[in-house]
Design a protein around this ligand. Structure first.
Ligand code: UDP
Length: 244
């Protein structure tokens, strides 16, 4: 992330892809896309294409990792070698290990972990195509996959980043904005509980800019939450039609 950011916003105040500063990228969400997993979801957010799949609750192996009073959540965020312009090694990078942890920590508060002691849930996130903001889109999709698997949850988790490009606070940064822009603030929210489960910052912002970015990101999360609920409803209608 460079400190100097230039020409990411034109004279009309529009961004490289024609969006206004407070506009999300086009989002498409589908729930229950994989028949072999216990729960799954697919999200497209701009050029991002991400699959999330869940297995569990199931017995923990190795057994000594099991907890007597709660379920454990395991998460693997992985980028396909063809997901970025320069082939990515399929081996887990430091970044993927960090993002796996960040995504797990953003999801855990939403799950009634104490309902299933001594068990585990595996969350697999596969980034098929990346264009900035994949950790947030992964959280959005993974929380839907958990709901699709029938895991009792306190709320869904919706995530979105905001940041600063060309001295303007913008919502939902794409890759170029993320890389050339001045700052990026990914946020995850449980909208019904009004609780933040992820807050990170890359780059530099004044206190005022930070507050503006967080508020804009929260606005984005609430819009994404509405789309998550629609996607879940669409899945429910499909299941009902198949059963009838
Ligand atoms: N990226 C890349 N190659 C990599 C890792 C990341 O081109 O090996 C790109 C990808 O588009 C990703 C973006 O850099 O979405 C920003 O990555 P960051 O670590 O900020 O996480 P994200 O914004 O995806 O949550």
């Amino acid at each position: 992330m460079s400190q100097k950011s230039e020409k990411l916003i034109d004279k009309k105040g529009l961004r490289l892809d024609g969006r206004k500063p407070n506009e999300l990228r086009p989002i498409k969400i589908e729930v229950g896309v994989l028949s072999n997993a216990d729960g799954s979801a697919y999200i497209e957010q701009g050029k991002n294409k991400i699959l999330a799949a869940i297995y569990g609750p199931k017995e923990v192996h190795p057994k000594h990792l099991a907890l007597p009073d709660r379920m454990i959540l395991r998460c693997r965020y992985h980028m396909a070698p063809f997901s970025v312009q320069e082939r990515k090694s399929p081996a887990p990078s430091r970044r993927e290990i960090e993002l796996s942890k960040v995504i797990r920590e953003a999801l855990e508060p939403a799950i009634f972990l104490e309902y299933y002691p001594r068990t585990a849930i595996d969350v697999f996130v596969e980034v098929l195509q990346a264009d900035g903001g994949t950790r947030c889109a992964s959280i959005t999709a993974a929380s839907l996959a958990l709901a699709d698997a029938g895991i009792p949850m306190k709320d869904l988790v919706a995530a979105c980043a905001a940041g600063k490009v060309d001295d303007t606070i913008v919502l939902d940064l794409m890759d170029t904005e993320d890389k050339i822009g001045a700052a990026d603030v990914p946020v995850a929210l449980m909208p019904n509980l009004d609780a933040i489960t992820l807050l990170q910052m890359d780059g530099t912002l004044s206190l005022e800019e930070f507050e503006q970015a967080v508020n804009l990101a929260l606005e984005g999360c609430r819009k994404i939450y509405a789309m998550q609920k629609e996607a879940l409803k669409a899945r429910y209608v499909n299941v009902k039609e198949v059963e009838e």
